[in-house]
Design a protein around this ligand. Structure first.
Ligand code: FAD
Length: 447
């Protein structure tokens, strides 16, 4: 019988704990979770704030009681790990009843992320928010209900900013975006960024672009955001300027950290101590295209790494090969999806990338209801290897990003895209499926 301690009780941590108890029911699987919630759907938070998913309980995937009763996990809520001694195999824990120690044979770090606040001093304010967990979401909802604000700003330009702008707009607020670049976050291709910005303007979002925030300050009448050129007053502000791995409590240990402070792991998800694993948002990943370390904090990685680390702790040798940055979201009826490298990263990684874009229909021309799907492709000149793709268009149509993700993951080329046997019927796609068309155009531009 072995003793496994897991730090963090959400996607990665609880998946691993469940897997360990499935594989080795007789082993001890202790989950230390600093909060009172486990297995919550963080990705659903914007839609709860928007009112699309009205019931809070629907965001809870697994109750603590069920985890203990049915999965036999030794779950300890209100237990925050404050330091790790990887050599003595010991943890220091803070809980509301004081400080305690715990030992382990195997350790899994699954502590997720912390918000980056760009040096803004915001945590003392009751009108400036971040959104990383259910407590943050509850604070925002309570503020909206109690104070009935009319005007707010979201600072940031990534997918969480996009989703939260929609949520606040859905709640009937006058919603402003403040972002330091003229385009949205670099992860969006310029064309896709332009389409999102157009849609934002159509929906009445006020865009303050090229606006670097110097100060965010609570005042009696709301929050003043000071940029290089303006002082802007809002009833409240959400700071969504990105996240970093939640690994500060490991900084003085000999556990190796990599990009942005994420825990370095091998393909078996082991750290430099082979009995200590890391999974999910606190862990580095490998970019499958470049082979280099990368940091992409998204839920599918966390779930898969939780599953694989759980298996490996139990003695298996499963590999997690890596990720390519596939992601999907929406802004109202505009679906947005990406996978692989952007042009700049492809260049920096030593490729000779060609970028091209095209617009195609989502159904055949004569079938009612066809809409535009915008596609941007990044392809290596010479061999035509597909390196990246981005889509914007109707929600169902942008799901075809997964076809690109498969092509990129298996190092396929524009010729493969063109010859692939994809589906066709007038109500679904044009006879040249957008991926097939991307393959045909790619042969012209890149080969
Ligand atoms: C608003 C929002 C929307 C999102 N939407 C999407 C989406 O649409 N698609 C997608 O792929 N991803 C999305 N994500 C990201 C996704 O939620 C994360 O990738 C995923 O939750 C990571 O799981 P994790 O278990 O690694 O970390 P987390 O979910 O962050 O869990 C970490 C857990 O560790 C606990 N913890 C932290 N430190 C300690 C400590 N020292 N001691 C004990 N416990 C600790 C925390 O309380 C937490 O419960 C979204 C995130 C947010 C915030």
């Amino acid at each position: 019988m072995s003793k496994v301690v897991i730090v963090g009780g959400n996607a990665a941590g609880m998946t691993a704990a469940s897997q360990i108890k499935r594989q080795k029911p007789e082993w001890e699987a202790i989950v230390l979770e600093k909060g009172e919630y486990i297995s919550f759907a963080g990705c659903g938070m914007p839609y709860h704030i928007a009112g699309t998913v009205p019931r809070f309980e629907d965001l809870l995937e697994l109750s603590p009681e069920k985890a203990v009763r049915e999965r036999k996990i030794d779950l300890r809520l209100d237990h925050e790990v404050i330091s790790v001694d990887p050599v003595q195999k010991e943890l220091h824990i803070r809980s509301s009843t004081g400080e305690i120690k715990e030992t382990f044979e195997y350790l899994l770090l699954a502590t997720g992320t912390l918000p980056i606040t760009e040096g803004l001093n915001i945590f003392s304010s009751k009108k400036v928010f971040t959104i990383r967990n259910l407590y943050d979401m509850q604070k925002i909802n309570a503020f909206l209900e109690k104070n009935k604000p009319r005007k707010c700003a979201v600072i940031g330009g990534g997918y969480i900013a996009v989703e939260m702008l929609e949520a606040f707009q859905e709640r009937g607020l006058e919603t402003h975006l403040i972002h330091r670049r003229k385009d949205l976050a670099k992860t969006f291709d310029q064309k896709i960024s332009d389409l999102i910005k157009d849609k934002m303007q159509q929906k009445g979002i006020v865009l303050n672009l090229n606006s670097s925030v110097k100060k965010v300050e609570e005042v009696n009448s709301g929050v003043v955001v000071t940029t290089e050129t303006d002082e802007l007053l809002y009833d409240f502000v959400l700071v969504a300027t990105g996240v970093k791995p939640n690994t500060d409590f490991l900084k003085n240990t000999s556990i190796e950290l990599g990009i942005k402070g994420a825990v370095k792991v091998n393909r078996y998800l082991q750290t430099n101590f082979d009995y200590i694993y890391a999974a999910g948002d606190c862990a580095e990943g490998t970019n499958l295209i470049t082979g280099k370390p990368t940091y992409v904090p998204l839920a599918p990685k966390a779930n898969k790494e939780g599953f694989i680390s759980g298996l490996n702790i139990c003695g298996n040798r499963e590999q997690f090969p890596g990720i390519i940055g596939t992601a999907i979201t929406k802004f109202f009826d505009l679906g947005i999806a990406r996978t692989g490298l952007i042009l700049e990263d492809a260049r920096e990684s030593g490729f000779d990338p060609v970028r091209y874009e095209f617009t195609s229909g989502t159904k055949v021309r004569y079938y009612p209801g066809t809409e535009d799907l915008y596609s941007v492709l990044i392809v290596n000149r010479g061999d035509g290897r597909i390196l990246g793709a981005q889509l914007a268009g109707p929600l169902e149509a942008v799901k075809t990003i997964d076809t690109y993700a498969a092509l990129i993951s298996y190092e396929k080329t524009v010729k493969d895209a063109f010859t692939m046997d994809l589906s066709y019927a007038p109500p679904f796609w044009p006879v040249l499926h957008p991926v097939v068309l991307a393959g045909r155009l790619g042969q012209k531009y890149a080969l």
